[in-house]
Every structure is written in structure tokens, then in C-alpha cells.
Design a protein around this ligand. Structure first.
Ligand code: HEC
Length: 351
């Protein structure tokens, strides 16, 4: 048998295929139909029946009741074609407004018959909702070359150079101390401190900076300044912060715990553990108990919790312990494990 085609046969083949109509292009023919008639309800804003037509994965496999709605190669069997052609007002798509034209339906049928080819590039780009920088392992980047004394400066200088920028000159001593103060304790230096620093800096600037930084880091004001960020994250307030905004006179021990933890340079893992399940993990320590103020730090619906009886649905929902945050259907990082203890403290915490 010949393993090669006869040239005449090849030519004939080429002529035949040239005579066939070109395959339907998803990009230029199908996508515009979906965009014009469907994506308003099956796209980024709404996903009626959990179905969307801007996302290849969902379009080909998804849908609440009829999935798969597109069956490649079988337009007659594909529910989608049934919905765009039916006369039934209950199920037709789109449910209201202009129907698809005969030409549009024909295009969809042909596209499905040809295998419903949907290039990945024409599909929605999805980002992984758990793709957080904070969940990635730490890596040590290589130190950029350069002659800056401090490694951090080398990174900064490299970026500045990349952007065609030059570093500013060295600030004067008074400015440097003010910056250190505001950064580390949030308060300005006193005139006496400024004078003393200026004197020290004129002899040996790096040493003067190091000493000032140590002094400020050791100040109790340091924890007050930096603890605020954590208190913001957990929505700490001295009132309930919702509707009947009553005072929360017993919130402060938790606030003081946070300040104390910052000043003592408490390791982060311990800091988090104490707040989530301190009574179980560190039962013999004061911090193990006070830290759990975290669980009740946020806004609290006084009406729902205290005034609506639990016989009402609203009352029941309001009392469910932070149900959305701790939903067991989410992936469970190890730090959430002491769940029973957590549930116990959540349900029993009083404000
Ligand atoms: C005005 C909103 C709206 C528009 C526009 C619309 N739909 Fe729908 N679609 C719906 C609703 C609502 C449902 C759920 C119907 C039900 O469950 O009874 C649905 C369901 C579907 C389903 C079934 C999904 C499943 O498996 O449950 C398909 C397929 C579908 N639509 C295709 C289309 C197509 C194709 C278009 C455009 C030609 C379109 N829809 C336009 C509102 C819309």
C-alpha cells in the first residue's frame, strides 16, 4: 500500500474543504449572541439558575436543573437550544423581550454541532479565591547587588533605578527623629529630645538613630500605637457599634491585652491562638482568657440578641455564633481546630 497520497488526490481534498462553509467562530459569531441576549442574567452580575455564558466551564457543565445545557455535537439534545427555540413562555430564553433570530439560532446549532469549540482565551479569567499572598510560604529573595550599607536600601535603590528615579538626600536630624517617633509611637518628640538627638546625630548619625529606635520600641506607647492596627482589624469598639449603640464598659481588658502583647513582642502564633481558644490552650494564664475578647470585639446587634426572643427566627439567627465566619463548609486551616472550645466560648461570651 502506498503510504503517501497522490498529489492529485491532495489537491482534490483541498478543493473540497475549501468548498465547505468555514467553522463557526466562537469569538466573532457565538459570543456576541450570548452577550446580546443572555449575559445580563447569566454573567458577572447575575447567574440565574447558577448558569453563566461568559465562563466556558460553567456554560458547558453548569446549570441548576438541566446541566449539561450544551452537549457538544448534539444541538438537538442540548437544553440550551430547546430553551431558545421553544414557544413555551415559562421556559423560553430569554424569558422576555426579543427572541433570537432564525439566523442566530442556526449559528448556535451549527456551533454546537461542530463540537461547541470555546477557546480558553475567550473565557472568563478566574482568580482562585484562596490565592492570597498571606497564605504563601515565605521565601528569601536574593539580595540585589549594590553598595548601599543596609540590605533594605539595596532593594529600594534597585526599584528606584528601574523607574528612573533617584533617592532623596539624607534628611536633617530633627526630621529623622520626628519620623521615627511618628512611625513607632505615633507622638512627636519633645523639644528636649530633639535637641539631645541633634547633638548625638552630629557625632554619629547611625548610632543615634539606632539608640532612638531602641528607646521608642521599648516605650509603652509603642504597643498603643501598633496595637491599634490589630484592634481595627478585629473591629474593636468601646460601644456595640450597631443600632442601639450601647456602651461596652468591659471591653478594655481585651484592648489592654493587645497593647501588652505588642509591647512584649508576643510571637504571632501564640497571639492568635490565645484569641481563638486561649481558655483551652492556655487555661492557667490571664491572657488565655482575656484574649478571647477577640470573639466579641466586633459590632453586636443588641436588639437581635437581647430584645428579640429566641422564639422568633430573627432572634435565633442573631444568636447563631458568628455563623458565616466559622462555616464548616469552608476549608479548615489548622488554627481553627479547637472548634468545640471555640463554639463554647462564642456562644457563652457576654459583652
Ligand atoms: C432576564 C433574565 C434572563 C435572560 C436574559 C436569559 N435568561 Fe436563561 N434563565 C433565566 C432564569 C430566571 C432561569 C431559571 C429558570 C427556571 O429555573 O425556571 C434561566 C435558566 C436558563 C437555563 C437553564 C439552566 C439550568 O440548568 O438550570 C439555560 C440553559 C438558560 N437560561 C439559557 C439562556 C440563554 C441561552 C439565554 C440567552 C439567549 C438566556 N438564558 C437569557 C433568566 C434569563
Amino acid at each position: 500500500m502506498h503510504t503517501r497520497f497522490h498529489p492529485a488526490f491532495l489537491t482534490a481534498l483541498l478543493l473540497v474543504s475549501a468548498a465547505l462553509p468555514a467553522a463557526v467562530s466562537f469569538e466573532s459569531e457565538v459570543k456576541p449572541i450570548f452577550e446580546k441576549h443572555c449575559v445580563e442574567c447569566h454573567g458577572p452580575k447575575k447567574q440565574k439558575s447558577e448558569f453563566r455564558l461568559d465562563d466556558r466551564e460553567v456554560a458547558l457543565h453548569g446549570g441548576d436543573s438541566h446541566a449539561p445545557n450544551i452537549i457538544p455535537g448534539m444541538p438537538g439534545e442540548s437544553p440550551l437550544i430547546r430553551f431558545v427555540t421553544t414557544e413555551d413562555k415559562e421556559t423560553r430564553m430569554p424569558p422576555k423581550g426579543a427572541r433570537l433570530s432564525g439566523a442566530e439560532v442556526a449559528t448556535l446549532k451549527r456551533w454546537i454541532a461542530e463540537g461547541a469549540v470555546w477557546p480558553e482565551s475567550a473565557s472568563l479569567k478566574k482568580t482562585d479565591p484562596m490565592d492570597w499572598w498571606s497564605l504563601k510560604p515565605l521565601t528569601k529573595p536574593a539580595l540585589p547587588s549594590g553598595d548601599a550599607a543596609h540590605p533594605v536600601d539595596r532593594f529600594i535603590l534597585t526599584k528606584l533605578r528601574e523607574k528612573g528615579l533617584r533617592p532623596s538626600g539624607v534628611a536633617d536630624a530633627r526630621t529623622i527623629l520626628r519620623r521615627l517617633n511618628f512611625d513607632l509611637i505615633g507622638l512627636p518628640p519633645t523639644p528636649e529630645e530633639l535637641d539631645a538627638f541633634e547633638k548625638e546625630a552630629s557625632q554619629d548619625l547611625p548610632t543615634a538613630i539606632g539608640r532612638a529606635a531602641d528607646r521608642l520600641l521599648a516605650s509603652p506607647r509603642y504597643g498603643e500605637r501598633w496595637g491599634r492596627h490589630w484592634l481595627d482589624v478585629v473591629h474593636y469598639g468601646d460601644t456595640h457599634g450597631y443600632d442601639k449603640d450601647k456602651l461596652r464598659p468591659n471591653a478594655w481588658p481585651y484592648r489592654d491585652y493587645v497593647i501588652r502583647a505588642f509591647n512584649a513582642d508576643k510571637p504571632y502564633a501564640r497571639f492568635v491562638e490565645e484569641q481563638l481558644a486561649g481558655d483551652t490552650l492556655y487555661p492557667d494564664t490571664l491572657d488565655g482568657h482575656v484574649a478571647q475578647g477577640f470573639i466579641s470585639a466586633g459590632p453586636w446587634d443588641f436588639i437581635g440578641h437581647a430584645e428579640l426572643p429566641e422564639t422568633k427566627l430573627d432572634g435565633k439567627i442573631a444568636r447563631a455564633p458568628t455563623a458565616t465566619t466559622w462555616s464548616p463548609t469552608r476549608p479548615e486551616p489548622s488554627w481553627r481546630r479547637p472548634r468545640s472550645a471555640l463554639a463554647a466560648t462564642t456562644t457563652s461570651s457576654t459583652r
